[in-house]
Design a protein around this ligand. Structure first.
Ligand SMILES: [Mn+2]
Length: 299
């Protein structure tokens, strides 16, 4: 009998948790393949099949981290702005309390509310986004609160932003990227070159202070991540992705993480399983680096 928690762990009171898994099945502005509203439940269900023993470090990170699964934040009928407010209201007390949130989307739009909330506790935050798309549009389909604009909204919050794995953007986004300060773009095409990948890892290693990671699953190659609304060929491989996550965690405090845009394909489990596995790998790196509760120590 499943407990309905991430990794099927023993239910834990949120007050005792170091890490809170937070499902947000929000989907309103999806433009191509739909289904991100089913993402969080699919990831939690798939996580029950993830082996708790980590073969990379020969350890069980779930025994060393207090991980709780929160109830979902249900979509607000009042539209995107109301939804973002609802998210902020819910997560701010947890962030103030030093909890590490692993938010499961849902569409990418939710990241704006999460980053805004983290900025209230960590004003010197740097954002690292994994995404096939630049998501830097000023507006999309007449709304500034769309998944296609989310990293523009995040950038406008005034903090450094690095986007990894990009391979699709518009002419308008190109013009913006050429002149935007505080913005680093690590294109998927260039990351195929091992020497460039090394430079990218060095860039990540130089980031100082707290980092928030937003992981749009479409950054991964569709071969291992077909279950996403807007799949793009030429994406990151699994081990490359782990290397990037590991490098970000190793350089200092990571304070929050979201994984968004998973749209499960019926009868095809690789996407949600890969997502669950990546999240657990990431938590293992966090645990290993004892980053929790030691913000700023290595900064
Ligand atoms: Mn995105």
């Amino acid at each position: 009998m499943s407990r309905g928690t991430f990794l099927d762990l023993e239910p834990l009171n949120l007050r005792e948790a170091e890490v809170i898994i937070l499902p947000i099945p929000y989907e309103a502005t999806t433009t191509y393949g739909a289904g991100t509203r089913y993402g969080p439940a699919a990831i939690v269900a798939a996580s029950h099949q993830v082996e708790l023993w980590d073969e990379e470090n020969d350890d069980n990170p779930s025994q060393r981290l207090q991980i709780a699964t929160a109830g979902e934040i249900s979509p607000d009928a009042g539209g995107p702005a109301a939804m973002l407010e609802k998210i902020k209201k819910r997560v701010r007390p947890w962030i103030a309390d030093g909890k590490f949130l692993v938010t499961l989307g849902g569409e990418h739009t939710i990241t704006q509310a999460l980053v805004e909330s983290y900025l209230t506790k960590y004003p010197d935050l740097t954002i690292v986004a994994f995404d096939a798309h630049a998501d830097l549009r000023e507006k999309y389909e007449n709304t500034p609160l769309s998944h296609a604009c989310v990293l523009r909204r995040v950038w406008e919050l005034g903090r450094p932003l690095t986007i990894i794995g990009v391979r699709s953007y518009s002419a308008g986004e190109y013009d913006f990227m050429k002149v935007a300060p505080r913005l680093t773009l690590l294109k998927a095409r260039n990351l195929q070159d091992p020497a460039y990948r090394q430079l990218a890892l060095e860039h990540l290693g130089r980031i100082r202070g707290p980092v928030y990671i937003s992981f749009d699953v479409d950054v991964l190659d569709p071969a291992i991540m077909p279950g996403t609304g807007t799949p793009e060929p030429g994406g990151l491989e699994y081990y490359q992705t782990l290397e990037f996550l590991k490098a970000i965690v190793a350089r200092g405090p990571v304070v929050g993480f979201d994984l968004v845009e998973l749209a499960p394909l019926p009868g095809h489990r690789v996407s949600e399983f890969t997502a669950a596995r990546l999240i657990y790998k990431f938590l293992g790196y966090l645990q290993q680096n004892r980053a929790l509760g030691q913000e700023g120590q290595k900064a």
